[in-house]
Write a protein that binds this ligand. Structure first.
Ligand SMILES: [Zn+2]
Length: 387
C-alpha cells in the first residue's frame, strides 16, 4: 500500500517520570518530550487532549458537577431517608450504579465511586457520551476533525476492548486497514501505577509489555506500507503517595451542616465545596487557608490553570492537596493507593509525554497542543492553538 497510516496512541498515565529512565521504542522517535498537564483527572485531561482547549473552554473537568435541576439521580432521593448501612454498602451500591447507568442513558465513562448516595441528587455526570466519537464532547475534537475532513479512521478503547485485546488486534488492523488513522486508547497502565508505582521492577515490566505491543503494531504497519507515523501521548503522570490524610474529619469538626451549609466532594487529591452561606465560606476558609496538607486555591490561579467555571458547577471553593498526600478516605474510595494523579501541574511527576516519529512544533509543551500536532500530521492546517 502506498497510502500513509498514522497511529495515534493515548496511554493513560504514561508519565514523563515513568518513561524518563526506561527504554520505550527509543529508536523510533524524532520527538520525545514532556507535556504539562492540566489540574484534574483523566475526565478533564483527555477532553483537553482531544479538543486542544482547556477545561474552562470545553467544559469537561471532574467526574461530577453540581446540577440538582438536571441530576439523573433525583430518583435516589428517598434512599437518603433509609438507614445508612442499608444503602452505603458494596452490594446496594453496585445495584444502584447499574440502575443509574441505564436510567441516565449516558454512554461515557460511568462510575459513582463512593460519593454518598444522599448527595447524588445534587450531581450530574460530566461524561454523558463516548468521548472517542464525533460529537462526543460539546467542543469539536480530533474525531470531529477526522469526520469533517472525510478521513477514515479506526478507534479502539476500553468501551469495547481491554488493553490486551487492543494490542492483539491492532497489528492486524495496522497491516490491512484502508483507514488513514488508527487511534488506540490504552488505559491499563494507569491502574497498574496506582497500585505499583513504588515498585520499579514491576513498573518496568509493565512498560516493557506496552513497548512490545506497540512495536508489533509499528512493524505490522511497515510490512504493508512505507509511510507510517506513530504518535504516543498521555494525559498525566503518576505521583507516588507518601502520606494520607482524612480531611473530612476536620471539616466535620467545624460543625457546619451538610447540605444546609455546604456540600463537599472529596476527590482523592482535592476537596471541592459548594457553600450555601457566608458563614460556611468563612468557616471553611479559616480551616483551609493555613492547612498543612494543601492549598486553598485562589480564583486567579484556577483561572490561570484553565479550570475556572463562572457558574460554579464544579466547585465554589477548591482545596488542593500537596503532591504525594492522598485524601483518604475520600469519595473515590478507601484504598490507600501507591500512586495518584490530580496534583498541581507544576509537580514534575504530573507531567505527561509526547513521543512522535515525525517532528512536532517546538511550541507544543502542554497537552492542549496534541490536537494541533495531530492535525499537522494529517495536513489539516485549520487549527489554531488555544490561548
Ligand atoms: Zn488513574
Amino acid at each position: 500500500m502506498t497510502a500513509p497510516l498514522s497511529i495515534y496512541v493515548l496511554v493513560d498515565a504514561l508519565g514523563w517520570e515513568v518513561l524518563r529512565y526506561r527504554p520505550f521504542l527509543d529508536d523510533l522517535w524524532a520527538e520525545r518530550r514532556w507535556l504539562v498537564t492540566i489540574l484534574g483527572y483523566s475526565s478533564g485531561a483527555i477532553p483537553t487532549i482531544l479538543t486542544g482547549q482547556t477545561p474552562s473552554q470545553h467544559g469537561h473537568w471532574n467526574l461530577i458537577y453540581r446540577d440538582p435541576a438536571r441530576s439523573p439521580f433525583g430518583w435516589t432521593r428517598p434512599l437518603a431517608r433509609l438507614p445508612k448501612p442499608l444503602v452505603e454498602n458494596r452490594v446496594s451500591r453496585r445495584v444502584l450504579k447499574s440502575v443509574a447507568r441505564r436510567a441516565s442513558g449516558y454512554s461515557g465513562y460511568f462510575s459513582l465511586y463512593d460519593y454518598p448516595v444522599a448527595h447524588l441528587p445534587q450531581f450530574d455526570l460530566t461524561e454523558k457520551r463516548d468521548i472517542y466519537t464525533p460529537g462526543g464532547l460539546d467542543a469539536p475534537s480530533i474525531f470531529d476533525d477526522l469526520r469533517a475532513a472525510g478521513i477514515p479512521y479506526e478507534c479502539y478503547t476500553y468501551h469495547t476492548h481491554t488493553d490486551p485485546e487492543i494490542l492483539a488486534l491492532a497489528p492486524a488492523r495496522a497491516e490491512s486497514t484502508a483507514a488513514r488513522v488508527l487511534f488506540l486508547y490504552l488505559s491499563g497502565l494507569d491502574h497498574h501505577l496506582h497500585y505499583h508505582v513504588h515498585e520499579p521492577e514491576s513498573v518496568s515490566q509493565m512498560v516493557a509489555w506496552y513497548e512490545a505491543g506497540l512495536r508489533r503494531v509499528w512493524e505490522a504497519a511497515h510490512r504493508a506500507r512505507s509511510d507510517v507515523r506513530m504518535f504516543v501521548f498521555s494525559d498525566h503522570g503518576m505521583t507516588p503517595i507518601r502520606w494520607t490524610y482524612d480531611l473530612r474529619r476536620d471539616v466535620q469538626a467545624t460543625g457546619l451542616r451538610l447540605l444546609d451549609d455546604y456540600l463537599p466532594a472529596y476527590d482523592s487529591t482535592m476537596a471541592r465545596f459548594w457553600v450555601e452561606n457566608d458563614r460556611a465560606r468563612a468557616t471553611l476558609t479559616a480551616l483551609l487557608e493555613d492547612h498543612p496538607c494543601g492549598t486553598l486555591m485562589s480564583d486567579r490561579e484556577l483561572q490561570r490553570l484553565g479550570v475556572w467555571f463562572e457558574d460554579g458547577r464544579y466547585y465554589h471553593m477548591l482545596f488542593l492537596m500537596k503532591p504525594g498526600m492522598l485524601l483518604s478516605p475520600s469519595d473515590m474510595g478507601t484504598v490507600r493507593f501507591a500512586g495518584m494523579h490530580g496534583y498541581h501541574p507544576s509537580e514534575p511527576t504530573a507531567d505527561a509525554v509526547l513521543l512522535a516519529t515525525a517532528p512536532v512544533d517546538k511550541a507544543v509543551d502542554h497537552i492542549t497542543g496534541v490536537r494541533g500536532a495531530l492535525l499537522e500530521d494529517l495536513g489539516l492546517a485549520t487549527w489554531e492553538r488555544a490561548a
